[in-house]
Design a protein around this ligand. Structure first.
Ligand code: NAG
Ligand code: NAG
Ligand code: NAG
Ligand code: NAG
Length: 422
């Protein structure tokens, strides 16, 4: 029982992710302590907080909050060279609105709860029941607990949103996927992912801690640990350029990757901007990149442990019109809060199913489902794609933007990386 209760409290933590390759400007503090002194797993020189995967809700002890695979050849090895890149985002943003408010979260982290054949997760644990398919059970098996319906708030963050949801196909959705689009049950209707690219942002490269300068630390993980290089409320578009780590040829297909910590479903896109242009959404919308080939999950940065699969991509109902977006392929497994999701693309173990059913367990028992902030997934997993660099792009310095539009929260994550087209 203790495991079950602990799990419920952990599950209130919120979503974070960042570009892992190429290295983003948002990783600015990755070379400073405590991030430079952090490594996983623990060893003689990395003990307690220096090897603990953590989630800091108060802007303190964030060393192990955004780790990525160390690409060292050692299975499961992580480092914190990405600094706090996974805390750069925009909070309180819904589709078709002109601005974010930095605060609101209508349904993400909401009080709605689902029941499985009338039972909550605690009862399942008491009865020692593991769900056969906790991610996408047969229609009707998992239903909203009517006693929690009053907590639902299905609305935009502005009075007259200029769009309704364009993502209605259940296969493109990631949470509460069995609710009919636009119905009174479809409580993620105004979430950023439901009309990709149409939610506003606080900053196109994220805001440190997800809020406007001066708003301070907020709920839903809207916080940042101040360092000598970056502070809560800083704008990602104002971060200094980093040395470019890659040179890409115009017309070629190139690899990009991101790592999820807390997992709010939804989907993502990549865009480019000339490095000397204002790094705004308006600029990035002019150069959206197409995904090509299969989607890839890769563990430990090692192509020998990767899985290629048919991803879920769409260019319909997106902004800019025709731009290609890809669904986040990792189901969160947070069924009590999000209801049915979708099945993982890899085979998951019984232990992983037990975690998703509510039992808890060791971090790492799931390979391609769940979440990495105190969850069953290890952040040695990267979501890798090939994107196509336009054939006629002029050589020069560019900034690559990764934009993640969440479905389970009113949040948009972003990372920006320096690249060279040559
Ligand atoms: C940390 O991991 C990155 C790959 O994700 C790697 O390039 C870098 O060299 C590693 N840094 C250290 C100090 O091990
Ligand atoms: C609970 O279920 C698991 C998996 O089905 C089983 O291995 C275990 O023996 C059960 N425990 C009890 C106390 O029945
Ligand atoms: C959204 O849908 C509602 C209900 O069908 C409709 O009244 C409204 O005009 C739509 N809004 C937009 C911007 O299309
Ligand atoms: C972090 O920096 C912000 C912006 O300068 C400031 O408002 C906040 O008080 C700082 N937080 C701490 C804990 O020092």
């Amino acid at each position: 029982m203790v495991g079950g209760l602990l799990l419920l409290s952990v599950r209130s933590a919120c979503g974070h992710a960042a570009l892992s390759f190429p290295r983003p400007r948002n990783a600015i503090d990755g070379g400073l302590p405590p991030w430079s002194e952090w490594a996983y797993p623990c060893d003689a020189s990395h003990q307690r907080a220096q090897c603990r995967i953590s989630f800091c809700e108060d802007g303190k002890n964030c060393a192990g909050s955004c780790p990525i695979s160390a690409h060292s050849g050692v299975p499961n090895a992580l480092n914190a060279s990405n600094g706090q890149s996974c805390y750069w985002f925009s909070n309180g943003c819904t589709i078709g609105c002109a601005s974010c408010d930095g605060t609101s979260n209508h349904v993400g982290h909401g009080a709605q709860r689902f029941l499985y054949h009338g039972m909550d997760a605690r009862t399942l644990v008491e009865k020692n029941l593991t769900l056969a398919n906790p991610w996408n059970p047969p229609a009707g098996a998992m239903r909203l607990d009517e006693a929690t319906r009053a907590s639902l708030s299905i609305k935009a963050n502005c009075a007259n949103p200029t769009t309704n949801a364009t993502i209605c196909d259940p296969r493109l959705r990631t949470a509460n996927t069995q609710a009919e689009c636009g119905s009174a049950d479809d409580f993620y209707f105004f979430s950023p992912w439901r009309a990709p690219g149409s939610a506003p942002v606080i900053d196109a490269c994220g805001s440190a801690g997800g809020r406007f300068a001066g708003q301070g630390i907020g709920g839903a993980g809207a916080q940042f640990q101040n360092s000598s290089l970056a502070r809560q409320g800083d704008k990602g578009s104002q971060l200094p350029a980093m040395p470019s780590h890659v040179t890409w040829k115009a017309g070629s297909d190139v690899e990009v990757a991101w790592t999820v910590m807390a997992n709010h479903g939804g989907g993502y896109a990549y865009r480019l901007a000339p490095a000397d242009a204002p790094l705004t959404e308006e600029t990035f919308r002019k150069l959206p990149l197409d995904f090509v080939g299969k989607s890839i999950l890769r563990w430990d940065g090692d192509s020998k442990t990767e899985l290629q699969f048919e991803g879920w991509r769409t260019s319909v109902g997106t902004l800019p019109p025709g731009s290609m977006w890809s669904k986040n392929p990792i189901p969160s497994g947070l069924w009590e809060r999000e209801g049915p999701g979708f099945e993982p693309v890899c085979a998951e173990s019984e232990e992983c199913k037990r975690w998703a059913s509510g039992f808890g367990g060791e971090q790492g028992v799931c390979r391609c489902s769940g979440y990495s902030n105190l969850g069953p997934l290890l952040p040695n997993l990267e979501i890798v794609d090939l994107v196509q660099i336009p054939r006629h792009l002029k050589a020069g310095k560019y900034v690559l933007q990764w934009r993640w539009d969440c479905e389970e929260s009113d949040q948009v994550w972003a990372s920006c990386a320096d690249v060279t087209i040559g």
